[in-house]
Design a protein around this ligand. Structure first.
Ligand SMILES: CCCCCCCCCCC/C=C/C(=O)SCCNC(=O)CCNC(=O)[C@H](O)C(C)(C)COP(=O)(O)OP(=O)(O)OC[C@H]1O[C@@H](n2cnc3c(N)ncnc32)[C@H](O)[C@@H]1OP(=O)(O)O
Length: 388
């Protein structure tokens, strides 16, 4: 039997970041005295830049308290992470009077507006930042588009939202005027791979439907790397796990910090290889070394990954950023059309094959996600019984 995490209510689409108070409408039960202020705060909040999940939870809780009074809905199940966090925040307000909650909401929004006004006097660096991404920081400078995974507190685990944002960023980078594109991570990890809480966001249609849509997402995600037309470089700033490792076989160059490790523990997770690694890894490092990684989950150091051809060059961690960016700035000055055409010559004859492999790996994984082996491994992580 597959993972059957029941959700009390229909899950909010996507991640919590897309959801909360920002989209709520004014309820008829809002208080008369400062209804205008409250309505104006509700409009204002939609214009603010993302205040972060913690503040959004506060806004959500105050809104609910102001419009409905004390928390009056059943506590969501333990795996219904998003709704449980929202419920906890609302419930924590206890019997706070509606009027006070409304006033607190207005005060909170007003505080956020003034801090966002002062930060809107942007520095030049902020200008280069592309807006609209919540899980990434995307910048374009010196003919380089840099896509940085930006969930450092979660080791840059890849949520559904992050998969979608990476696809958007790659599509934009393929059309912008940069010569090369770089993927990297913020914080101590490059990425811990698929965010295992993706398994808890089960729609009312059930786990099979979730597995089906996830296989489509995975396939589309990997297709973007297969089709990316410009030189694509990974700057692996720290440990890399799962899909963040497998897709490296689709990059043109991989630079690693001496602190990086490369780990694909698919069997441990009851899963199977993706990112075309079932084809690229044996080709890069030979079938025996690839099997140790992909079947037995052997973790490679940066030096080992370099010796086996997955990594182009390893830099000491202390000078990693400086050395890599100096190198990349030099490369980005090369004639962009020549680089793009060279990439096509190197990669194009494999493209059709890679798409077929991606489709097959995604199909196999769709079944794996419904297996007991996978269910148990994910549950063990989510209930804090196991880590890699
Ligand atoms: C029905 C099917 C739906 C599936 C949808 C799938 C979509 C496509 C999937 C494509 C296939 C991809 C496969 C993979 O990538 S497999 C690899 C998955 N990754 C892992 O198993 C890593 C799990 N994490 C860990 O083992 C440890 O966190 C780690 C060793 C990485 C770091 O340990 P450390 O002790 O240093 O740090 P913490 O564990 O305290 O981590 C800090 C916080 O970050 C959270 N975290 C880290 N990694 C993940 C993750 N991958 N998923 C979810 N959360 C993660 C961790 O829980 C901590 O959070 P808190 O501070 O809130 O406790």
């Amino acid at each position: 039997m597959g993972l059957r995490i029941q959700r009390g209510r229909r899950p909010v689409a996507g991640s919590f970041l897309q959801v909360p108070a920002l989209q709520l409408h004014v309820s008829k039960t809002a208080m008369r005295a400062s209804q205008k202020d409250f309505e104006s705060a509700l409009s204002q909040v939609k214009l603010l830049k993302d205040p972060g999940n913690e503040v959004k939870l506060k806004l959500y809780a105050l809104y609910k308290q102001a419009t409905e009074g004390p928390c009056n809905t059943p506590k969501p199940g333990v795996f219904d992470l998003i709704n449980k966090a929202k419920w906890d925040a609302w419930n924590a307000l206890g019997s706070l009077p509606k009027e006070t909650a409304r006033q607190n909401y207005v005060d909170l929004v007003s505080g956020l507006s003034s801090s966002s006004d002062s930060s809107s006097q942007v520095k030049p660096e902020a200008d280069r930042k592309q807006r609209g991404y919540e899980t990434l920081v995307v910048t374009s400078e010196d003919s380089i588009t840099k896509i940085m995974m930006n969930r450092p507190a979660k080791k840059n685990a890849i949520t559904t939202q992050m998969y979608n944002e990476i696809m958007l960023a790659l599509k934009a980078a393929s059309k912008d005027d940069s010569a090369i594109t770089v993927l990297t991570g913020n914080g101590d990890y490059y990425s811990s791979g698929n965010d295992l809480s993706n398994f808890t966001d089960i729609p009312p249609e059930g786990i099979e439907e979730k597995a089906k849509s996830s296989a489509i997402l995975l396939r589309d995600f990997v297709d973007c790397f297969i089709d990316f037309p410009k030189p694509l470089i990974a700057a692996v700033n720290g440990p890399a796990v799962g899909i963040s490792v497998t897709i490296l076989g689709l990059f043109d160059t991989v630079y690693a910090s001496s602190r990086a490790t490369f780990h694909t523990p698919f069997s441990h997770l009851g899963q199977s290889p993706e990112g075309c690694s079932s084809y690229t890894f044996p080709k890069i490092m030979g079938p025996a070394k690839a099997a140790e990684m992909l079947i037995f989950g052997k973790k490679l150091t940066a030096a080992e990954a370099c010796a086996q051809g997955l990594v182009s060059e390893v830099f000491p961690d202390s000078t990693f950023q400086k050395e890599v960016w100096t190198r990349l700035k030099a490369y980005s000055k090369l004639p962009p059309n020549a680089m793009r055409i060279s990439k096509q010559v190197i990669r194009n004859r494999e493209k059709e094959k890679l798409h077929a492999i991606n489709a097959e790996e995604s199909r196999v994984l769709q079944e794996r996600w419904l297996s007991d082996e996978c269910t148990n491994a994910v549950m063990n992580f989510l209930t804090r019984k196991a880590k890699l």
